[in-house]
Design a protein around this ligand. Sequence first.
Ligand SMILES: Cc1ncc(COP(=O)(O)O)c(C=O)c1O
Length: 353
Amino acid sequence: MTGHLTSHYEKPAEMYDGLRLHQNENTAGCSPRVLEALARLTRENIGFYPPYSVATDAAARYFGVTADRVTLVNGLDEGIMGAAIAYLRPSAGSGVVPEAIVPEPAFEIFRFDTAVAGGRLVQVMPKPDFEFALDEVLAAITPATRIVFITNPNNPTGVPVPFEAIRTIAKRIPKEAIVFVDEAYAEFAGRSFIPELPAFPNVVVGRTFSKAFGLAAIRIGAMVGAPEVLDPIRYVVPVYSVNIAAVVALQAALSDIDYLNDYLRQVRESKALVYAACDRLRLKYWPSDANFILVRVGDRVGEIVEAAKARGVFLRNRSSEPGCEGCLRMGTGVVEHTKRGIAVLEEALCAAR
Ligand SMILES: Cc1ncc(COP(=O)(O)O)c(C=O)c1O
């Protein structure tokens, strides 16, 4: 399926007066060390343009790469937009409309950024149980392909993508193209494509510190890859888009790996609780490698999400995404929050019956 999307991205409504299980955030928030670091900022720190190198080095150490392979961005969203503009903007006189392949269901920003950049969206529709549609993605590659967007583990499904599929796609795309592997949820999966990047220099990995590290409001992410594939993205990202609060928060967050590990442990426990609840309630779900679970609650999904909201728990209706009919997505982080989410989901299911 191909097409242009002209409508804009609709941000989720600003709902802060309740339990936010709808945006895959760390609902415990960031490490206390982050607040301490922010409190140490001086007036001069705020008055000067921010230095990036120490934070870039810290991120590079965390990813196990050299600093020339990392570009910090103002949230991974900015990195995705940068990649879209760098690789999907039609160049004057070439006659080629660059194409982005998006295996669905996908993080919806890929569609919008493709449209904003002026590229053509090529959607690959899902297979049963969201098994990665490798043959279909390969069949969608053309000489005009410039980006294949893959999220691993995927959002909204939590389903992992086999590395072999990424390798195969990377070998088959045109030489001007990249595979963009969005690893927003990689900490929860415990797996990353980053160690493979030297062998696959046309792959760029996107990471965020919004999720596992609880820095969503600070806006800090990273693009990891070979300098020559990152350079076109660096050219389009504004010069000082990462601010000083993000610079110090990132270093503080990366210094507190115990805090990260505790959250990862809670995510595992939370997912087990939700699986057990779904089994008991006879709801279909997909085992997730992320910090959320996609659950099929049926035709009344809209009512169920509203009933949960009325009880102070925000869930995300994903039923309009390809293959996700009747589905909602629930964050599975802090165990206490998950228990409340499950109780409210049960009440909402009854209320909507
Ligand atoms: C797959 C995926 N990529 C990127 C992002 C955005 O990350 P950031 O907060 O760093 O912009 C999200 C956030 O929901 C996401 O789910």
